[in-house]
Design a protein around this ligand. Structure first.
Ligand SMILES: Cc1cc2nc3c(=O)[nH]c(=O)nc-3n(C[C@H](O)[C@H](O)[C@H](O)COP(=O)(O)OP(=O)(O)OC[C@H]3O[C@@H](n4cnc5c(N)ncnc54)[C@H](O)[C@@H]3O)c2cc1C
Length: 400
């Protein structure tokens, strides 16, 4: 039976970046990816500055730029009809980096190619059927040549938001109650500027509309909604999508004449996460470890942070069981900070009810006069901009 140091279930962003990081240090890596071709599944296409910094740490930033990654100059929030002052993250984040827009399937292609070029073995069109946990986990494959099995020092569940590796490893997942719905579609021929990422927050309707431009007049439009006005659109609902974006207050003209350039799909935003994502020879990374609410765009940055944390733990300790536990403890620490910030944003902008209305009445005027009233966790990340008790006290009007 073939033996590897690492076998990843999945060759999306998580599996490929880990594969590259470990193969280039001489470890024997197998990446198993069931898709023979990456398609638009309506996923993340904006990486906030803290995730861009992670991509640089991991040595994949240049590959993302070569794959068409584009840095719009500005980020503009609307918290009502008028824009707040635009931000240039290259000027006002500790990383001094702008966010990155990139078409997701092209990003996946670039990263899996980078992993292969670094020496990882990649098997496409092969599905992992199960993992048998243990000191030397066995990974069972269903491929072109029929069933097969390989062993690894570490099996890595990088199999996304519907992860089966969670089940194979007997991990307990924490599922939040249903919350936001989040729809997205690729558009082309939009008159919106390629230099401005737009985030239109509309707390009076519990809606959010985002437009994240690529350099070529295409871009990803997202609509988040909640409560009585929640919108679940898919398939041929593009015109309804545009109408709903306009009704949610999207700046007039931004998407006039835009054409649909990919599938339209809606996802439940409720977070689903595993506490301590390592057990018995199996580590979970990316969405398999924690699927954060896509409304706040943290998944790609978290995924890259996971890979750095796991890579560093594995390189620091030859006992990979101990390294797996060290990774899981690190994961819980930074994920908890992101989750806290996400929950504050959800309460402020998307939560129905009197308590949330009172919070908005107190906090939104302060936010309009102080651009750093809320912590910058979602932009500058959990390490450099954590959601501290001081921020909590300010936001919720509590004594600190
Ligand atoms: C609508 C939406 C919008 C989002 N917007 C943003 C955003 O703007 N910014 C942001 O940072 N994040 C965003 N995200 C989140 C982001 O897309 C994810 O966090 C990220 O793609 C996770 O990558 P991953 O590699 O963990 O999982 P995936 O990308 O899902 O990759 C998993 C891979 O595993 C493969 N696989 C699964 N099971 C098996 C198996 N048994 N055998 C073999 N292969 C298997 C799959 O084919 C897939 O290629 C968004 C998510 C959604 C749904």
């Amino acid at each position: 039976m073939a033996a590897y140091d690492i076998v990843t279930v999945g060759g999306g962003v998580a599996g490929s970046v880990l594969g590259k990081a470990m193969a280039e240090r001489g470890y024997r890596v197998l990446i198993v990816e069931r898709e023979t071709e990456f398609k638009d599944r309506v996923r993340g296409e904006f990486v906030f500055p803290w995730g861009v910094a992670e991509a640089k740490h991991l040595g994949v930033y240049d590959a993302l730029i070569q794959a068409g990654g584009h840095h719009p100059k500005y980020w503009t929030d609307y918290a009502g009809p008028d824009p707040l002052p635009s931000r240039d993250f290259a000027e006002d984040t500790p990383q001094r980096l702008r966010g990155l827009c990139i078409y997701h399937p092209r990003m996946q292609d670039a990263l899996i190619e980078a992993a292969e070029a670094a020496g990882a073995e990649v098997r496409r069109g092969v599905r992992v059927r199960a993992i048998e946990p243990g000191r030397q986990p066995r990974v069972l494959l269903d491929g072109h040549g029929g069933p097969a099995a390989v062993t690894a020092r570490l099996a890595v569940g990088a199999d996304g938001r519907s992860s089966l590796a969670r089940k194979w490893g007997s991990f307990d997942a924490r599922e939040d109650p249903p919350g936001n719905l989040f729809a997205g579609v690729l558009v082309e021929n939009a008159p919106a500027s390629a230099e401005n990422s737009i985030c239109m927050l509309n707390p009076s309707q519990l809606r959010i509309v985002l437009y994240l431009p690529q350099s070529d007049h295409s871009g990803r439009a997202y609509l988040g909604s909640r409560g009585d006005t929640a919108v679940r659109l898919s398939g041929g609902g593009f015109l309804s999508f545009l109408r709903e974006c306009a009704a949610s207050g999207l700046a007039p003209g931004l998407l006039d004449g835009a054409r649909q350039a990919g599938p339209l799909a809606t996802f439940d935003g409720a977070e689903s996460s595993v506490g301590h994502p390592y057990k018995n020879g199996i580590a979970l990374v990316g969405d398999a470890a924690a699927t954060s609410d896509p409304t706040w765009g943290q998944g790609l940055s978290l995924t890259l942070r996971d890979i750095r944390a796991l890579r560093d733990a594995l390189l620091a300790d030859d006992d990979w069981d101990a390294a797996g536990h060290a990774y899981a403890a690190a994961h819980d620490y930074y994920y908890d900070k992101v989750r806290t910030a996400v929950s504050w944003f959800t309460q402020l902008f998307m939560q129905p009810g009197q308590e949330a209305d009172a919070l908005r009445a107190r906090a939104l005027p302060q936010m309009a006069s102080d651009p750093f009233f809320l912590p910058d966790t979602l932009i500058a990340g959990p390490d450099l901009a954590p959601p501290t008790p001081e921020y909590r006290a300010k936001l919720f009007g509590e004594r600190h």
